[in-house]
Ligand binder design. Structure first.
Ligand code: ACM
Ligand code: ZN
Length: 473
């Protein structure tokens, strides 16, 4: 009997004979096995070997998939497996639309079965601040409440609010840790900061009054990099974030931060002069470096989106998450890279634009500095569990396979295996198989429909991405 496993294993040797599915499982630790890797032998006995608990967790998952397919009699088999990338991540945006604790846990459960080992949690943005903080209670009293929703088809002036208590964040982290998944909080700065600036107005350039945004988009309101009060406040907030989030990384955002306010702010301009910085992109590099230095003192490493590279002065020990601008990253960039390529891994875009095959066939190893992948789902147009599962699955499954497996079976094989194993993954609202790869004549109308219904945001993003491409040419 042929066994299908997702993600596809490195080595699988089928043997003759069968073993009962209730045979006792023997566990062995073996330091020669790579981190997170495992060896499974079904041969009259069932033996799982690994050098780590994570490896054993993945071995048990693979065994569950075999039991699911084979029922009472498991075909004898020898499997050796270990991951291609050490960083296998998915991102949820809790800011544009709040995601309940139970929905987050469900996503973690699905993703752990796919051997994602990082949950990147986007918790602050222009449309809401979602983390309970004691040092500045305004962040939740003011920052977590938005007066209106103007996102594509959703147009209303209803209050949208929500934040995670510290207890809830710890509960989610513990839940992820049980599944060998780290949790990386993203505190987006200096841009995407309207909720913070509405809550703590003195951190805006020139005392500008900032409102929490009810629309999607890229906004000029960014945190003042000249004012010393900025650093005092951000460090206090980060102290609290580090108490809750105990894993090694903090994500500092850094994406889509237009600079007109920095250009017109005497404090920001003085900072540039004092630090010998030639332009505002260098100021962003300096700003992220300063926060990263502070966090390094607390034993934390930092990730930033690729825009922070534009000044050319980003510290080499900061990991860069690439969503755009791959050329800049291939030009002798020394930083470690997480690949989140917009055209392949953004699960909030329709299948018409990013079909399953396109995700599956993409090779994220754009150079040797890539340590892994992160597939985001931004929630401007995702309001509930059903929409989220539909957009993410099976595309997250394709990303997981690319992240884990060193060699992939042909796409047709993968597609068949996904169809067969979907009930094992238990994803209730995954897209149906005839929607995964829309025919060519349906793709253009599908893309137009999507961009038409979300036009203001997309216009901004299209301009931005065009500009980005021009800059790299
Ligand atoms: C991003 O999509 N703004 C990282
Ligand atoms: Zn300023």
């Amino acid at each position: 009997m042929k066994i299908s496993l997702i993600p596809a294993p490195e080595k699988i040797v089928c043997k003759s004979g069968f073993t009962g599915n209730e045979t006792e499982i023997k566990i062995r630790y073996d330091n020669a096995i790579p981190p997170e890797g495992f060896v499974m032998d079904i041969n009259g006995e069932i033996t799982l070997k690994a050098s780590s608990d994570a490896g054993l967790f993945y071995a048990r998952g693979a065994l569950e998939q075999i039991k699911f397919q084979c029922g009472k009699n498991l075909p004898n088999v020898h499997i050796e497996d270990s991951p291609r990338f050490s960083h296998r991540s998915f991102m949820l945006d809790s800011c544009r639309h709040f995601i309940s604790v139970s929905d987050i846990k469900r996503m973690i459960t699905y993703c752990a079965k796919l051997r994602f080992n990082v949950f990147h949690w986007h918790l602050t943005d222009d449309q809401g601040w979602r983390m309970e903080m004691d040092c500045r209670r305004e962040l939740i009293n003011t920052g977590s409440v938005r007066k209106g929703n103007h996102f594509g088809a959703e147009q209303n002036d209803k209050i949208h609010s929500g934040y995670y208590t510290k207890e809830q964040m710890r509960e989610i982290i513990a839940f992820a840790h049980e599944k060998h998944m780290q949790v990386i909080p993203e505190f987006d700065m200096p841009g995407h900061a309207s909720a913070l600036l509405k809550s703590i107005p003195e951190l805006a350039c020139c005392g500008k009054k900032v409102e929490i945004k009810t629309k999607p988009g890229i906004f000029k309101d960014i945190i003042c990099a000249g004012n010393e009060k900025t650093y005092e406040t951000l460090f206090l907030i980060l102290d609290e974030i580090c108490e809750i989030f105990t894993d090694e990384y903090i994500h500092l955002g850094g994406d889509e931060a237009p600079k007109p306010q920095w250009q017109n702010c005497p404090d920001c301009q003085k900072r540039m002069a004092d630090e010998g910085l030639k332009n505002e992109n260098e100021l962003q590099g300096w700003f992220i470096n300063r926060i990263a230095d502070y966090l390094a003192g607390k034993g934390k490493k930092v990730i930033t989106w690729n825009e922070s590279l534009k000044g050319g002065n980003l510290a080499e020990n900061i990991t860069v998450q690439m969503w755009m601008d791959p050329k800049r990253l291939s030009k002798n960039c020394p930083n470690r890279i997480i690949n989140s390529d917009f055209f392949h891994y953004y699960a909030d875009y329709p299948y018409a634009m990013t079909p399953l095959k396109k995700v599956y066939c993409y090779d994220p190893q754009i150079n040797e500095n890539v340590i892994g992948v992160d597939t985001p789902i931004w929630t401007e147009y995702i309001e509930n569990r059903k929409q989220m599962e539909y957009m993410c699955f099976p595309r997250f499954i394709a990303t997981a396979q690319t992240a884990w497996s060193k060699s992939k079976p042909p796409y047709a094989v993968f597609k068949k295996e996904v169809s067969e194993l979907m009930p094992y993954f238990g994803i209730k609202y995954a897209a149906a198989s005839d929607e995964w790869d829309p025919k060519a004549y349906k793709r253009l109308p599908g893309i137009i429909r999507h961009f038409g219904s979300v036009s203001p945001y997309e216009k901004a993003r299209k301009i931005f991405t065009k500009k980005n491409r021009q800059e790299t040419n």
